[in-house]
Design a protein around this ligand. Structure first.
Ligand code: ZN
Length: 159
């Protein structure tokens, strides 16, 4: 079956950057299952899979614009150390910030004597993505899956 709107698509994938470093992979885990066309995957992934058939192996090169976005340096901020109230902070630590309308994850990138640098960009913002994808299965979504907006069973929700 071909990948099309509202089909349940199951894939195995390995994501590498342009240096060949593996950033993420579904190897050794359940395949990733998603409903096509709902915007659950990054746009470049859904575009690359659109119209493809079960069993195909793809190599998708995805620009930041179609991936996790371009970096926005305005998302990098210096926060006084005192704002952390004595809580221990280390580079690489992540926490949630933002308002009720927009929550996002910020990462501590540097710790100075008086300020802590936090970066609100997605860790993969600005990164060109290379996805090796194996298209394992394509099937019709059930009424229930479409109503819930997610996949049930392997690779999806179990409830
Ligand atoms: Zn459900």
């Amino acid at each position: 079956m071909k990948v099309d709107l509202n089909k349940v698509v199951s894939i195995h994938y390995t994501l590498t950057d342009n240096n060949g470093t593996v950033l993420d992979s579904s190897a050794g885990r359940e395949p990733l299952a998603y409903i096509h066309g709902m915007g659950h995957l990054i746009p470049g992934m859904e575009e690359g899979l659109d119209g493809r058939t079960t069993g195909e192996k793809l190599n998708l090169k995805i620009s930041p614009e179609k991936g996790y976005g371009v970096r926005d340096e305005r998302m990098v901020q210096e926060i006084p150390v005192s704002a952390f109230g004595g809580q221990e902070v280390k580079p690489g630590m992540q926490f949630e910030a933002g308002s009720d309308e927009q929550r996002f994850i910020v990462t501590i990138t540097n710790i100075g004597t008086e300020t802590v640098t936090v970066d609100g960009n997605h860790p993969l913002a600005g990164v060109e993505l290379n996805f090796d994808v194996e298209l394992l299965d394509v099937r019709e979504a059930t009424e229930e899956e479409l109503a819930h907006g997610h996949v049930h069973g392997p690779g999806g929700h179990h409830h």
